[in-house]
Design a binder for this molecule. Structure first.
Ligand code: T1G
Length: 689
């Protein structure tokens, strides 16, 4: 037992239990043993009248040890230790600092009072791991702040700042010296012997309505449903019974496939934020940025910097374009104000961090310059050559292209090692994913700088190689292609879209296309030299999607897709022209035809080293393309589906359609024959790019 993870120190008659279990004071087995031992000692020592729980390092406690979830828990369990804290006659006060999350926050909820430092954050993000709070959070938090606010906080995995927690009545005080304040309060409570009571659950009807609203967005995820049940128990169960029920539901989720998939993602996200083994680099300073091009993407990228408190110069050669870009940014912030996400003062602060300019020379003080101009190679090469001349030697040149060759742009400069792709996703100020595209000459320092930037902007990075469409779009193109082929072979747009939404995604390919505009994807196809006959036919008829009231569907209210027989006629016409025999498709077959070719392309990408890990592809698809997190990502899902099954199906599809691209990739075939998985490949370190 490593008893040093929790030590008992004294401040007069107050025992201060200090948790020190790096990196985040997780409730690992040895830590729980040490915590219980200290609590027992504090409880049985008559010279001790009160207890404070405090932590060393970056947080009081970031929750249960996620690494230990694969095995049944051993030793004293957190729920029981926290029940002991709640039942102690001596007051226990939590001194909260840093991101105190999950079981760490639940530990504080079992205490009789809580004090937080101004930088503290509190939350129960268990749903992100396919779990529910399993140590009292589903009944203690609702009793403290009300069932509806508790449901909202847990279901959103949001974090409360110290100020918000004080306002909500979660904590009793905010103090710079949180430990000293906690000791004072503990002493006071020992004299007063009466802790503050909670707000109470509130009305069942309000909770029921809020729960129904929340569950409409669950889309196949189990944990939200279980959470509603657990919080519901707080209305008619007392603590011990509610705890038993919570624990049973928690353990069922912990041993289930969805939580395993989401825990895989947790560690995949962290791995994607690190340079691959064998690649070293030191991040350069990032004090100021420049964004060239004030269009939708450029404006969104500039907002990312302002949201992170980083000054940015937004440059557009067209004064009108610049003005329109600034107006779009201000409008976006006004929407955030109207939704209570920021206040008016914060809006002005962020606008003040964005310096508009029409002259490229305004970029001169930037540590990084990101171009987001029109997708035209000649234009981008000319711009990079000018920036190369203009900017200091240390400045990183980045491009937001979603499809063009990074190396060709880098070749227009004398600093190709400092050229990198930063592929933001639209809307850039909202979407979490950032594909960091490594060119042939991009060096480790530049990649380290891009990773640091991503962390500063609160993005989820993934480093990928340079090829048409990089990782995300390259794989997505396979689905687009198969979706089109399925139409030609007799499936309807609504059949295909339902297969995708039933799979757990927010929207199917045809609804998505109608939302984005068929003309937009037609331009991309044209620039990449390939055709989709049905899509091209609809475009030619002016059916560009929601914006023209017609696309793959008809839109009477502008948003609700209505199947349109006119589209079936277009499809039948194309099929006849191409001589494609039409037939019916089951939902399962549609799903396989859409997702298996994506897995196949993922395998090719791993073979080529364009992605360093299959888990990077999982992170890209969950954070950039709406792949259900509870499925763990595209490649993790493929392993669960079975690579042998996927190879057999692909061979069948290739035979039926004559499409050579559907032939199983050599890597996929090899893994299937060896009975191995993408996870095996990664853990054997065979795909580190
Ligand atoms: N368990 C194990 N390892 C953890 C961990 C945890 N809970 N949290 C972080 N780590 C590791 C992480 O893998 C990384 O390791 C290092 O710590 C630094 O993390 C009973 C069931 C706390 C906000 O969901 O959100 O409690 O990569 O790179 O950006 O109801 O980590 O260096 O080897 O993320 O400063 C609920 C998860 C658990 C919080 C810090 N708790 N952690 O962010 O550093 S379930 C969570 C975070 C639970 C109870 C239930 C973040 C952070 P390595 P990092 P960071």
């Amino acid at each position: 037992m490593n008893s040093t993870t929790v030590t008992l120190t004294r401040d007069g008659e107050v025992a201060v239990l200090v948790i020190d279990n790096p990196p985040v004071n997780a409730l690992s087995e040895h830590m729980r043993v040490a915590l219980k031992d200290c609590l027992d000692r504090a409880d049985s020592d008559d010279t001790i009248r009160a207890v404070v729980l405090a932590g060393e390092g970056r947080t009081l406690c970031a929750g249960a040890d996620i690494r230990q979830f694969g095995a049944p828990p051993k030793g004293p369990l957190s729920p029981d230790i926290f029940m002991q804290i709640a039942a102690m006659k001596k007051p226990v006060v939590a001194a909260i600092h840093g991101p105190t999350l999950g079981g760490g926050f639940e530990m504080t909820l079992a205490c009789h009072a809580r004090v937080a430092s101004p930088d503290a954050e509190m939350g129960l993000p268990e749903l992100k791991l396919g779990l529910i709070p399993g140590a009292g959070g589903t009944y203690r938090l609702p009793r403290l702040i009300g069932a509806v606010p508790a449901l909202d906080l847990i279901a959103s995995s949001q974090r409360l700042s110290a100020a918000e927690a004080l306002e909500l009545g979660v904590i009793d005080a905010v103090a710079e010296d949180v430990r000293a304040k906690a000791v004072d309060l503990a002493r006071e409570l020992a004299d007063r012997e009466q802790a503050r009571s909670g707000a109470g659950l509130g009305a069942w009807a309000d909770f029921d309505a809020a729960a129904k609203k929340r569950l409409r967005r669950a889309r196949g995820a189990q944990a939200p449903r279980v959470l509603v049940k657990a919080i519901g128990n707080a209305f008619d169960m007392e603590d011990t019974e509610a705890q038993r029920a919570e624990q049973a539901m928690f353990q069922e989720l912990r041993t289930g496939p969805q939580s395993a998939a989401m825990r895989h993602l947790f560690f995949a996200e962290r791995a994607a934020g690190r340079l691959a083994d064998g690649l070293a680099g030191t991040a350069r300073p990032l004090r100021r940025a420049a964004v060239i091009g004030a269009g939708t993407m450029g404006g969104g990228i500039a907002m990312c910097f302002a949201d992170a408190g980083l000054p940015v110069t937004l440059i557009d050669a067209s004064a009108d374009g610049l003005e329109a870009g600034l107006a779009r940014i201000r409008k976006n912030y006004e929407i955030s104000v109207s939704r209570g996400r920021i206040d008016a003062a914060e809006l002005e602060q962020r606008m003040a961090l964005i310096t508009p300019a029409t002259a490229l020379s305004a970029a001169s003080g930037a540590d990084i310059a990101i171009e987001a101009v029109f997708e035209d190679m000649a234009l981008k090469r000319k711009l990079f050559a000018e920036l190369d001349q203009l900017l200091p030697h240390h400045t990183v040149l980045a491009t937001n292209t979603s499809s063009l060759d990074i190396d060709e742009m880098a070749a227009a400069t004398k600093r190709p090692s400092q050229v990198v792709g930063l592929h933001f996703f639209s809307p850039a100020n909202v979407m979490k994913l950032l594909e960091i595209v490594r060119g042939a000459e991009t060096d480790g320092d530049t990649l380290a700088t891009a990773l640091m930037l991503s962390k500063c902007l609160g993005k989820q990075p993934a480093i990928v190689g340079n090829c048409p469409g990089f990782v995300g779009n390259r794989i997505l193109r396979q689905r687009h292609h198969q979706a089109e082929l399925l139409l030609e072979q007799g499936a309807s747009p609504q059949d295909v879209d339902r297969a995708v939404t039933d799979f757990g995604m927010a929207m199917g390919p045809f609804q998505m296309n109608d939302l984005a505009g068929l003309d937009v994807s037609a331009l991309v196809r044209k620039s990449q030299g390939y055709q989709l006959p049905v899509a091209d036919a609809l475009c030619a008829m002016g059916r560009l999607g929601q914006k023209t009231g017609k696309g793959y569907y008809r839109y009477e209210d502008g948003r609700t897709p209505i199947p349109d027989p006119a589209v079936d006629a277009v499809i039948a016409n194309v099929a006849e022209r191409l001589g494609v025999r039409q037939r019916s498709f089951s939902q399962d077959e549609i799903r396989e035809r859409l997702f298996y070719p994506m897995v196949n392309e993922g395998a090719r990408i791993l073979e080529e080293g364009i992605a360093g890990r299959s888990s990077d592809i999982d992170v890209i698809y969950v954070h950039g393309y709406g792949f259900p997190a509870w499925r763990g990502g595209l490649m993790y899902w493929a392993d669960a589906e079975g690579l042998g099954r996927i190879v057999a199906a692909l061979k069948g599809f290739a035979d039926e359609t004559g499409e050579s691209r559907l032939e199983p990739a050599p890597l996929l075939r090899r893994l299937a024959e060896a009975g191995e998985s993408f996870a095996d490949l990664q853990s054997n370190g065979k795909t580190e790019g």
